[in-house]
Design a protein around this ligand. Structure first.
Ligand code: GLU
Length: 428
């Protein structure tokens, strides 16, 4: 009798997935790269992929194994940089695409990093706090050989937070024999974290959203905003939009969608989510039973701030928003991009819209190296300036070349990366 073996999921992932989306985006930008197109294959292959087994002892004494990944897509402009995601649907293709989008994002806002990303294929809600800590530490030990403050610097992403970063920093430091605060960003303030980092991605989304609205002649006061995702990105963006006088008319999370024509009380919703883990059960709002209807809501600004591949060929046509502000990484499929452009919907791409997080990660890393910490006002001012300048440069190029903001952002970024690649040359 033959024994049935469990096949690792990275061997059963036959679909090209999010990596295929990224490759299509690169193909679209290649005609605009001039002589640098000679180097474009560099962008179509991650520099380094590490797949690790993450075994832990569960609280009941059994042993569980999880698949962990760290992909360094490109290091031409500096060390790898990008978050770590804990999610049951993490795949190698997804981590590859996310690492590549980090390369593009870091170059688009001109922070001196390459691109990297990590993840563990796990639903962290199924782990006890002790199991979560043991898994995080074992994963960090396994990827220890390729991370470091000058090599590759992880940060929070979906389902990871300051506590996870503290454990990662401690594990790396213990292996190293000395405290190394610059090995991760998004740490607690007491361990060398930066003021404003927790809010930075959502704040960046808001800042860029205001710039885009101004270009479209849309007043933020009274603007109708719908947000998918109410975590670190969507929750903060919702708060800032509502503080600026916009009406947050809908929020969708992994469980349900809440809608209010009068505008949702965002602080009250945040308190409810902090207490219960979801927008479900929030009172004084309507609940949509059909998740797909979220995309058809009558709104001005639509903010996908959850996972990839949400806006597709099948729902793009029904979108009524004037602006799509990509808080998530990779929420829009290339075919949907085309439909939206045809319809005159302005898509502000992830690599600009959500770059606030890594921008303040960069500030954190600089502060750690100099052991000199800035005020929150200084951080927010510098963040706002970088975001506005990056948006303005991409807007101008998009007008000049008559291309989408995504293609323009990719032109700016890929040019920077490939110029660095060319100047460094191949070794040996
Ligand atoms: N995970 C965030 C992103 O996708 C932040 C990465 C970082 O700060 O390194 O941009």
């Amino acid at each position: 009798m033959s024994i049935q073996h469990e096949i690792p999921s990275y061997l059963t992932q036959h679909e090209i997935g999010p990596w295929g989306v990224y490759l299509e985006q690169i193909d679209r930008v290649t005609p605009y790269l001039g002589s640098l197109a000679r180097w474009v294959e560099t962008l179509k292959r991650p520099k380094r992929i590490l797949i690790v087994d993450v075994p832990i002892e569960r609280d009941d004494g059994t042993i569980a194994h999880f698949e962990g990944y760290r992909v360094q897509h490109n290091t031409s402009r500096g060390p790898g940089k990008g978050g770590v995601r804990f999610h049951q649907d993490v795949t190698l293709s997804e981590v590859m695409a996310l690492s590549a989008w980090m390369t593009v994002k870091n170059a688009a806002v001109n922070v001196p990093y390459g691109g990297a990303k990590g993840g563990i294929r796990v639903d962290p809600r199924t782990l006890s706090p002790g199991e979560l800590q043991r898994m995080t530490r074992r994963y960090t030990s396994e990827i220890n050989i390729i991370i470091g403050p000058n090599k590759d610097i992880p940060a929070p992403d979906v389902n990871t937070n300051e506590q996870i970063m503290a454990w990662m920093m401690d594990t790396y430091s213990m292996n190293q024999g000395s405290t190394s605060s610059g090995v991760v960003t998004g740490k607690p303030i007491s361990l060398g974290g930066s003021l404003g980092r927790r809010e930075a991605t959502g704040r960046g989304v808001f800042v860029v959203g205001c710039e885009a609205a101004a270009k479209q002649g849309l007043d933020i006061k009274g603007a109708r905003v719908a947000i998918q995702g109410f975590g670190n990105v969507g929750g903060i963006a919702a708060r800032l939009f509502s503080e600026a006088g916009a009406k947050v008319i809908a929020v969708q999370d992994h469980i349900t969608t809440v809608v209010s024509e009068a505008g949702i009380d965002v602080p009250a919703l945040q308190a409810h989510v902090n207490a219960t883990g979801s927008v479900a059960g929030f009172t004084g709002v309507e609940t949509l039973n059909d998740r797909a209807r979220f995309w058809e809501l009558d709104c001005d600004i639509l903010v996908p701030a959850a996972l990839e591949q949400q806006i597709t060929e099948s729902n793009a046509n029904n979108i009524r928003a004037k602006i799509i502000l990509e808080g998530a990484n990779g929420p829009t499929m290339p075919a949907a991009d085309d439909i939206l452009r045809e319809k005159g919907v302005l898509v502000v791409p992830d690599v600009i819209a959500n770059a606030g997080g890594v921008t303040v990660s960069y500030f954190e890393w600089v502060q750690d190296f100099s052991s000199f910490f800035w005020t929150e006002d200084e951080i927010n001012l510098r963040l706002t300036r970088i975001m506005r300048e990056a948006f303005a440069a991409v807007w101008q190029l998009a007008e000049e070349k008559n291309v989408s903001l995504r293609t323009a952002a990719f032109i700016v970024a890929c040019t920077r990366v490939l110029q660095a690649r060319e100047m460094r040359g191949l070794y040996p």
